[in-house]
Design a protein. Structure first.
Length: 83
């Protein structure tokens, strides 16, 4: 009977080992799929940001530059005291 149990135990251990290996492979596939999704989204967002920055720079370059004249200082009022 011990030889039968040990064969059963070995078969069970082998089945458990295969199950763990399959779960590990599945987990790695999920990990890489998630990483690829995040990388694709990051690339998409970077492209959108760069396009927006380029459009903003183009708009800023096309607008005329306003040169403001310095404000004139008001002349002090003459005092109206009799001299």
């Amino acid at each position: 009977m011990t030889s039968e149990k040990s064969v059963e135990q070995r078969l069970l251990a082998s089945a458990q080992k295969q199950k763990r290996e399959q779960e590990a492979i599945s987990a790695l596939k999920e990990y890489y799929a998630e990483k690829a999704r995040i990388d694709a989204n990051t690339t998409r967002l970077r492209a959108l940001r760069l396009a927006k920055e380029a459009a903003d720079a183009k708009t800023a370059a096309e607008q005329p530059v306003e040169v403001k004249k310095p404000a004139r200082r008001a002349k002090p009022a003459r005092s109206q005291t009799p001299a």
